[in-house]
Design a protein around this ligand. Structure first.
Ligand SMILES: NC(=O)c1ccc[n+]([C@@H]2O[C@H](COP(=O)([O-])OP(=O)(O)OC[C@H]3O[C@@H](n4cnc5c(N)ncnc54)[C@H](O)[C@@H]3O)[C@@H](O)[C@H]2O)c1
Length: 363
Protein backbone atom coordinates (compact mmCIF):
# COMPACT_ATOMS: atom_id res chain seq x y z
CA UNK A 1 0.00 0.00 0.00
CA UNK A 2 1.10 3.54 -0.76
CA UNK A 3 0.35 6.51 1.49
CA UNK A 4 -2.10 8.96 0.00
CA UNK A 5 -2.63 12.63 0.81
CA UNK A 6 -5.62 14.15 -0.93
CA UNK A 7 -7.37 17.50 -0.60
CA UNK A 8 -9.18 16.64 2.65
CA UNK A 9 -6.04 15.27 4.26
CA UNK A 10 -3.99 18.41 3.49
CA UNK A 11 -6.77 20.51 4.99
CA UNK A 12 -6.54 18.38 8.17
CA UNK A 13 -2.74 18.56 8.36
CA UNK A 14 -2.68 22.33 7.90
CA UNK A 15 -5.58 22.92 10.31
CA UNK A 16 -3.80 20.94 13.02
CA UNK A 17 -0.97 23.49 13.29
CA UNK A 18 -2.42 26.57 11.55
CA UNK A 19 -1.37 27.93 8.15
CA UNK A 20 1.34 30.30 9.41
CA UNK A 21 3.07 27.66 11.51
CA UNK A 22 2.72 25.08 8.76
CA UNK A 23 4.46 27.42 6.30
CA UNK A 24 7.19 28.34 8.80
CA UNK A 25 7.88 24.63 9.49
CA UNK A 26 8.02 23.96 5.78
CA UNK A 27 10.44 26.87 5.29
CA UNK A 28 12.79 25.29 7.85
CA UNK A 29 12.61 22.00 5.93
CA UNK A 30 13.32 23.74 2.59
CA UNK A 31 16.20 25.70 4.10
CA UNK A 32 17.86 22.58 5.48
CA UNK A 33 17.61 20.90 2.08
CA UNK A 34 19.09 23.96 0.32
CA UNK A 35 22.01 23.68 2.79
CA UNK A 36 22.80 20.20 1.41
CA UNK A 37 22.39 21.35 -2.21
CA UNK A 38 25.31 19.23 -3.45
CA UNK A 39 23.56 16.00 -2.44
CA UNK A 40 20.67 16.62 -4.83
CA UNK A 41 20.39 15.45 -8.41
CA UNK A 42 19.42 18.59 -10.33
CA UNK A 43 18.01 19.29 -13.77
CA UNK A 44 15.84 22.00 -15.29
CA UNK A 45 12.23 20.84 -15.30
CA UNK A 46 10.75 19.21 -18.37
CA UNK A 47 8.19 21.59 -19.86
CA UNK A 48 5.56 20.86 -22.47
CA UNK A 49 4.28 24.16 -23.85
CA UNK A 50 1.07 24.87 -25.70
CA UNK A 51 -0.16 28.26 -26.97
CA UNK A 52 -2.22 28.71 -23.76
CA UNK A 53 -0.14 27.11 -21.01
CA UNK A 54 2.49 24.68 -19.85
CA UNK A 55 2.60 21.24 -18.22
CA UNK A 56 5.81 20.50 -16.34
CA UNK A 57 7.52 17.56 -14.64
CA UNK A 58 9.94 18.38 -11.82
CA UNK A 59 12.11 15.49 -10.61
CA UNK A 60 14.93 15.37 -8.05
CA UNK A 61 16.61 12.96 -5.64
CA UNK A 62 19.02 13.08 -2.70
CA UNK A 63 20.11 9.49 -3.30
CA UNK A 64 17.82 8.15 -0.58
CA UNK A 65 14.48 9.47 -1.73
CA UNK A 66 13.23 10.56 -5.14
CA UNK A 67 10.38 12.92 -5.94
CA UNK A 68 8.61 14.41 -8.90
CA UNK A 69 5.85 16.94 -9.29
CA UNK A 70 3.39 17.30 -12.14
CA UNK A 71 2.33 20.95 -12.39
CA UNK A 72 0.53 23.08 -14.95
CA UNK A 73 0.31 26.83 -15.56
CA UNK A 74 -2.67 28.10 -17.58
CA UNK A 75 -3.39 31.82 -16.92
CA UNK A 76 -6.55 31.69 -19.07
CA UNK A 77 -8.15 29.05 -16.82
CA UNK A 78 -9.63 31.37 -14.22
CA UNK A 79 -11.95 32.91 -16.84
CA UNK A 80 -13.48 29.42 -17.15
CA UNK A 81 -13.70 28.88 -13.39
CA UNK A 82 -10.55 26.75 -13.21
CA UNK A 83 -7.28 27.20 -11.32
CA UNK A 84 -4.22 28.60 -13.13
CA UNK A 85 -1.94 26.14 -11.29
CA UNK A 86 -2.74 22.54 -10.22
CA UNK A 87 -0.26 19.86 -9.14
CA UNK A 88 0.32 16.44 -7.63
CA UNK A 89 3.47 14.52 -6.82
CA UNK A 90 5.18 11.34 -5.68
CA UNK A 91 7.85 10.59 -3.08
CA UNK A 92 9.67 7.29 -3.65
CA UNK A 93 12.32 5.11 -2.01
CA UNK A 94 15.52 5.07 -4.09
CA UNK A 95 16.60 1.71 -2.67
CA UNK A 96 13.58 -0.23 -3.98
CA UNK A 97 12.15 2.30 -6.43
CA UNK A 98 8.78 1.84 -4.73
CA UNK A 99 6.52 4.89 -4.37
CA UNK A 100 5.98 5.83 -0.71
CA UNK A 101 3.51 8.66 -1.11
CA UNK A 102 1.14 10.03 -3.72
CA UNK A 103 0.06 13.53 -2.78
CA UNK A 104 -1.99 16.44 -3.96
CA UNK A 105 0.32 19.43 -4.50
CA UNK A 106 -2.03 22.24 -5.53
CA UNK A 107 -2.49 23.57 -1.99
CA UNK A 108 1.03 22.42 -1.22
CA UNK A 109 2.59 24.35 -4.11
CA UNK A 110 0.99 27.54 -2.80
CA UNK A 111 2.26 26.71 0.71
CA UNK A 112 5.80 25.85 -0.44
CA UNK A 113 6.04 28.88 -2.74
CA UNK A 114 5.04 31.14 0.15
CA UNK A 115 7.51 29.35 2.44
CA UNK A 116 10.33 29.75 -0.11
CA UNK A 117 9.49 33.42 -0.76
CA UNK A 118 9.47 34.33 2.94
CA UNK A 119 12.62 32.28 3.54
CA UNK A 120 14.45 34.10 0.73
CA UNK A 121 13.22 37.45 2.06
CA UNK A 122 14.55 36.59 5.53
CA UNK A 123 18.00 36.29 3.98
CA UNK A 124 17.71 39.17 1.52
CA UNK A 125 15.27 41.87 2.69
CA UNK A 126 16.24 44.55 5.21
CA UNK A 127 15.59 43.13 8.70
CA UNK A 128 13.46 46.19 9.51
CA UNK A 129 11.03 45.41 6.63
CA UNK A 130 7.44 46.04 7.70
CA UNK A 131 5.56 47.06 4.53
CA UNK A 132 4.97 44.78 1.55
CA UNK A 133 3.24 45.38 -1.78
CA UNK A 134 1.36 42.32 -3.03
CA UNK A 135 0.71 42.69 -6.76
CA UNK A 136 -1.42 39.88 -8.20
CA UNK A 137 -4.19 38.89 -5.79
CA UNK A 138 -5.11 35.46 -7.17
CA UNK A 139 -4.80 31.92 -5.81
CA UNK A 140 -1.27 32.28 -4.39
CA UNK A 141 -1.76 35.65 -2.71
CA UNK A 142 -3.22 34.73 0.73
CA UNK A 143 -0.41 32.21 1.21
CA UNK A 144 2.18 34.91 0.50
CA UNK A 145 0.44 37.33 2.86
CA UNK A 146 0.32 34.80 5.71
CA UNK A 147 3.94 33.72 5.21
CA UNK A 148 5.31 37.27 5.24
CA UNK A 149 3.18 38.28 8.21
CA UNK A 150 4.15 35.18 10.19
CA UNK A 151 7.83 34.84 9.24
CA UNK A 152 8.91 38.46 8.65
CA UNK A 153 6.49 40.42 10.79
CA UNK A 154 5.04 42.39 7.88
CA UNK A 155 2.56 44.92 9.31
CA UNK A 156 1.21 46.62 6.18
CA UNK A 157 0.15 44.96 2.94
CA UNK A 158 -0.48 47.10 -0.12
CA UNK A 159 -2.67 45.20 -2.57
CA UNK A 160 -3.10 45.60 -6.30
CA UNK A 161 -4.58 43.50 -9.09
CA UNK A 162 -5.93 44.44 -12.52
CA UNK A 163 -9.02 42.43 -11.52
CA UNK A 164 -10.68 44.34 -8.65
CA UNK A 165 -12.70 41.24 -7.67
CA UNK A 166 -9.43 39.41 -6.89
CA UNK A 167 -8.39 42.20 -4.51
CA UNK A 168 -11.83 42.20 -2.86
CA UNK A 169 -11.53 38.43 -2.34
CA UNK A 170 -8.06 38.81 -0.81
CA UNK A 171 -9.20 41.67 1.46
CA UNK A 172 -12.16 39.57 2.63
CA UNK A 173 -9.99 36.51 3.34
CA UNK A 174 -7.37 38.57 5.19
CA UNK A 175 -10.07 40.25 7.30
CA UNK A 176 -11.45 36.83 8.27
CA UNK A 177 -7.96 35.64 9.26
CA UNK A 178 -7.53 38.54 11.71
CA UNK A 179 -3.76 38.53 11.38
CA UNK A 180 -2.49 40.44 14.41
CA UNK A 181 -1.54 44.06 13.74
CA UNK A 182 -1.86 43.78 9.96
CA UNK A 183 -3.04 46.85 8.04
CA UNK A 184 -4.35 46.22 4.53
CA UNK A 185 -4.33 49.02 1.94
CA UNK A 186 -5.99 48.73 -1.45
CA UNK A 187 -4.03 50.47 -4.24
CA UNK A 188 -5.20 51.65 -7.66
CA UNK A 189 -1.95 50.79 -9.44
CA UNK A 190 1.23 48.75 -9.09
CA UNK A 191 3.14 52.03 -8.70
CA UNK A 192 0.92 53.09 -5.79
CA UNK A 193 1.32 49.67 -4.15
CA UNK A 194 5.10 49.72 -4.50
CA UNK A 195 5.52 53.28 -3.19
CA UNK A 196 7.13 53.19 0.24
CA UNK A 197 7.18 49.37 0.42
CA UNK A 198 10.18 47.50 1.85
CA UNK A 199 9.27 44.37 -0.09
CA UNK A 200 7.41 44.08 -3.40
CA UNK A 201 5.93 40.69 -4.26
CA UNK A 202 4.75 40.21 -7.84
CA UNK A 203 2.60 37.11 -8.29
CA UNK A 204 0.66 37.79 -11.46
CA UNK A 205 -0.31 35.36 -14.21
CA UNK A 206 -0.10 36.30 -17.87
CA UNK A 207 1.52 34.29 -20.63
CA UNK A 208 3.63 37.18 -21.92
CA UNK A 209 6.60 39.41 -21.16
CA UNK A 210 4.57 41.66 -18.89
CA UNK A 211 6.03 44.71 -17.18
CA UNK A 212 4.49 44.81 -13.74
CA UNK A 213 7.36 46.80 -12.22
CA UNK A 214 9.17 49.60 -14.07
CA UNK A 215 12.54 51.07 -13.02
CA UNK A 216 10.79 54.23 -11.76
CA UNK A 217 8.89 52.21 -9.12
CA UNK A 218 12.03 50.85 -7.47
CA UNK A 219 13.38 52.54 -4.34
CA UNK A 220 16.84 51.98 -2.80
CA UNK A 221 16.89 49.08 -0.35
CA UNK A 222 13.77 47.36 -1.68
CA UNK A 223 13.53 43.59 -1.85
CA UNK A 224 11.67 42.25 -4.89
CA UNK A 225 10.05 38.83 -4.65
CA UNK A 226 9.26 38.08 -8.31
CA UNK A 227 7.22 34.88 -8.50
CA UNK A 228 4.93 35.10 -11.53
CA UNK A 229 7.59 35.08 -14.28
CA UNK A 230 8.30 31.37 -14.39
CA UNK A 231 8.25 30.30 -18.04
CA UNK A 232 9.99 31.21 -21.29
CA UNK A 233 8.27 34.37 -22.57
CA UNK A 234 6.61 35.04 -19.16
CA UNK A 235 8.22 37.79 -17.07
CA UNK A 236 7.16 40.59 -14.70
CA UNK A 237 10.12 42.96 -14.28
CA UNK A 238 11.47 45.53 -16.71
CA UNK A 239 14.97 44.28 -17.59
CA UNK A 240 16.54 47.59 -16.50
CA UNK A 241 15.60 46.78 -12.89
CA UNK A 242 17.86 43.73 -13.07
CA UNK A 243 20.57 45.82 -14.71
CA UNK A 244 20.71 48.38 -11.89
CA UNK A 245 24.26 48.68 -10.58
CA UNK A 246 22.99 48.20 -7.04
CA UNK A 247 20.89 45.11 -7.87
CA UNK A 248 21.67 41.72 -6.34
CA UNK A 249 19.89 38.88 -8.12
CA UNK A 250 19.37 35.50 -6.48
CA UNK A 251 17.91 32.48 -8.31
CA UNK A 252 17.05 28.95 -7.23
CA UNK A 253 18.85 26.83 -9.84
CA UNK A 254 20.72 28.81 -12.46
CA UNK A 255 20.32 26.52 -15.52
CA UNK A 256 16.51 26.51 -15.07
CA UNK A 257 16.24 30.22 -14.23
CA UNK A 258 18.28 31.26 -17.30
CA UNK A 259 15.43 29.84 -19.41
CA UNK A 260 12.40 30.60 -17.22
CA UNK A 261 13.20 33.46 -14.83
CA UNK A 262 13.32 37.22 -15.15
CA UNK A 263 16.96 36.79 -16.20
CA UNK A 264 15.86 35.14 -19.47
CA UNK A 265 15.71 38.78 -20.68
CA UNK A 266 19.46 39.19 -20.19
CA UNK A 267 22.67 37.81 -21.57
CA UNK A 268 23.81 34.44 -20.18
CA UNK A 269 26.87 36.17 -18.66
CA UNK A 270 24.68 38.34 -16.37
CA UNK A 271 25.87 37.52 -12.83
CA UNK A 272 23.45 35.77 -10.47
CA UNK A 273 23.77 34.07 -7.09
CA UNK A 274 22.24 30.67 -6.36
CA UNK A 275 20.07 30.59 -3.23
CA UNK A 276 21.99 27.59 -1.84
CA UNK A 277 25.10 29.83 -1.61
CA UNK A 278 23.12 32.32 0.46
CA UNK A 279 21.69 29.79 2.97
CA UNK A 280 25.08 28.08 3.31
CA UNK A 281 26.66 31.44 4.19
CA UNK A 282 29.01 31.41 1.18
CA UNK A 283 27.51 34.64 -0.17
CA UNK A 284 25.48 37.35 1.54
CA UNK A 285 21.83 37.76 0.60
CA UNK A 286 22.30 41.51 1.03
CA UNK A 287 25.47 43.51 1.59
CA UNK A 288 24.03 46.91 2.54
CA UNK A 289 20.79 48.74 3.35
CA UNK A 290 20.58 50.47 -0.03
CA UNK A 291 21.05 47.46 -2.29
CA UNK A 292 18.02 46.34 -4.34
CA UNK A 293 17.74 42.60 -3.75
CA UNK A 294 15.77 40.48 -6.22
CA UNK A 295 14.61 36.92 -5.64
CA UNK A 296 13.93 35.80 -9.22
CA UNK A 297 11.79 32.78 -8.29
CA UNK A 298 10.54 30.14 -10.71
CA UNK A 299 10.10 27.23 -8.28
CA UNK A 300 12.60 24.37 -8.09
CA UNK A 301 12.07 20.62 -7.61
CA UNK A 302 13.96 20.58 -4.29
CA UNK A 303 11.19 22.69 -2.73
CA UNK A 304 8.62 20.05 -3.71
CA UNK A 305 10.88 17.24 -2.45
CA UNK A 306 11.04 19.01 0.95
CA UNK A 307 7.27 19.52 0.87
CA UNK A 308 6.48 15.88 0.11
CA UNK A 309 8.79 14.70 2.88
CA UNK A 310 7.33 17.23 5.35
CA UNK A 311 3.77 16.20 4.46
CA UNK A 312 4.66 12.52 4.66
CA UNK A 313 6.17 12.88 8.12
CA UNK A 314 3.11 14.74 9.45
CA UNK A 315 0.82 12.25 7.73
CA UNK A 316 2.56 9.24 9.28
CA UNK A 317 2.30 10.66 12.78
CA UNK A 318 -1.47 10.08 12.53
CA UNK A 319 -1.95 7.60 9.76
CA UNK A 320 -5.20 5.70 9.33
CA UNK A 321 -6.00 2.89 6.90
CA UNK A 322 -8.17 5.24 4.87
CA UNK A 323 -5.06 7.20 3.95
CA UNK A 324 -3.45 4.45 1.86
CA UNK A 325 -4.11 3.29 -1.68
CA UNK A 326 -3.31 0.08 -3.58
CA UNK A 327 -1.11 1.70 -6.20
CA UNK A 328 1.46 -1.13 -6.28
CA UNK A 329 0.53 -4.84 -6.13
CA UNK A 330 1.84 -6.95 -3.25
CA UNK A 331 2.79 -10.46 -4.36
CA UNK A 332 3.80 -13.68 -2.62
CA UNK A 333 5.91 -14.47 -5.67
CA UNK A 334 7.25 -11.28 -7.25
CA UNK A 335 7.76 -13.10 -10.56
CA UNK A 336 4.11 -14.04 -10.73
CA UNK A 337 2.66 -10.62 -11.49
CA UNK A 338 0.21 -12.05 -13.99
CA UNK A 339 -1.50 -14.26 -11.42
CA UNK A 340 -2.02 -11.27 -9.15
CA UNK A 341 -3.86 -9.57 -12.01
CA UNK A 342 -6.13 -12.42 -13.04
CA UNK A 343 -6.29 -14.11 -9.62
CA UNK A 344 -4.64 -17.58 -9.53
CA UNK A 345 -1.91 -19.46 -7.56
CA UNK A 346 -3.18 -18.41 -4.17
CA UNK A 347 -2.59 -14.76 -5.00
CA UNK A 348 -6.18 -14.04 -5.82
CA UNK A 349 -7.74 -11.10 -4.02
CA UNK A 350 -11.06 -12.64 -5.08
CA UNK A 351 -11.87 -15.79 -7.07
CA UNK A 352 -11.81 -15.38 -10.82
CA UNK A 353 -14.00 -17.61 -13.05
CA UNK A 354 -12.16 -20.01 -15.41
CA UNK A 355 -13.45 -18.08 -18.43
CA UNK A 356 -11.76 -14.86 -17.25
CA UNK A 357 -8.54 -16.73 -16.63
CA UNK A 358 -8.57 -18.13 -20.19
CA UNK A 359 -9.28 -14.68 -21.62
CA UNK A 360 -6.38 -13.37 -19.61
CA UNK A 361 -4.10 -16.12 -20.93
CA UNK A 362 -5.15 -15.36 -24.51
CA UNK A 363 -4.55 -11.65 -24.21
N1 LIG B 1 7.74 30.82 -8.63
C1 LIG B 1 7.01 29.83 -8.20
O1 LIG B 1 7.49 28.94 -7.52
C2 LIG B 1 5.53 29.81 -8.50
C3 LIG B 1 4.69 28.92 -7.83
C4 LIG B 1 3.32 28.98 -8.07
C5 LIG B 1 2.82 29.88 -9.00
N2 LIG B 1 3.68 30.69 -9.68
C6 LIG B 1 3.16 31.68 -10.65
O2 LIG B 1 2.53 32.71 -9.91
C7 LIG B 1 1.55 33.33 -10.74
C8 LIG B 1 0.27 33.51 -9.97
O3 LIG B 1 -0.31 32.25 -9.72
P1 LIG B 1 -1.82 32.15 -9.17
O4 LIG B 1 -2.06 30.71 -8.93
O5 LIG B 1 -2.00 33.12 -8.06
O6 LIG B 1 -2.60 32.66 -10.46
P2 LIG B 1 -4.05 33.35 -10.53
O7 LIG B 1 -4.43 33.31 -11.96
O8 LIG B 1 -4.96 32.76 -9.53
O9 LIG B 1 -3.77 34.86 -10.08
C9 LIG B 1 -3.01 35.76 -10.84
C10 LIG B 1 -3.55 37.17 -10.65
O10 LIG B 1 -2.69 38.08 -11.35
C11 LIG B 1 -3.53 39.13 -11.83
N3 LIG B 1 -2.84 39.88 -12.87
C12 LIG B 1 -2.59 39.49 -14.15
N4 LIG B 1 -1.92 40.47 -14.79
C13 LIG B 1 -1.76 41.49 -13.91
C14 LIG B 1 -1.13 42.77 -13.96
N5 LIG B 1 -0.58 43.21 -15.09
N6 LIG B 1 -1.14 43.54 -12.86
C15 LIG B 1 -1.70 43.11 -11.69
N7 LIG B 1 -2.31 41.90 -11.59
C16 LIG B 1 -2.35 41.12 -12.67
C17 LIG B 1 -4.80 38.41 -12.29
O11 LIG B 1 -5.91 39.27 -12.39
C18 LIG B 1 -4.97 37.36 -11.18
O12 LIG B 1 -5.83 37.81 -10.15
C19 LIG B 1 1.43 32.46 -11.98
O13 LIG B 1 2.11 33.11 -13.03
C20 LIG B 1 2.11 31.17 -11.60
O14 LIG B 1 2.64 30.51 -12.71
C21 LIG B 1 5.00 30.68 -9.45
Amino acid sequence: MVDYIGIERVRELVARVGTGRFIAGLATEIESDYRRWREFEKSPRHASHSPVGVIELMPTSDGRQYSFKYVNGHPKNTAAGLLTVTAFGVLADVDTGYPLLLSELTFSTALRTAATSALAARWMARPSSAVMALIGNGAQSEFQAIAFHHMLGIRELRLHDTDPRATTKLERNLAALQLGGLRVVRCASAAEAARGSDIVTTVTADKCNAIILTPAMIEPGMHLNAIGGDCPGKTELHADILRRRDARVVVEYEPQSRVEGEIQQLDASFPVIEFSDVVSGKTAGRTNELEVTIFDSVGFALEDFSTLRYLHRMHMEQRGAQHRIDLVPHLDDPKNLFAALVGTSGQAQRPVPQRSMREGMNA
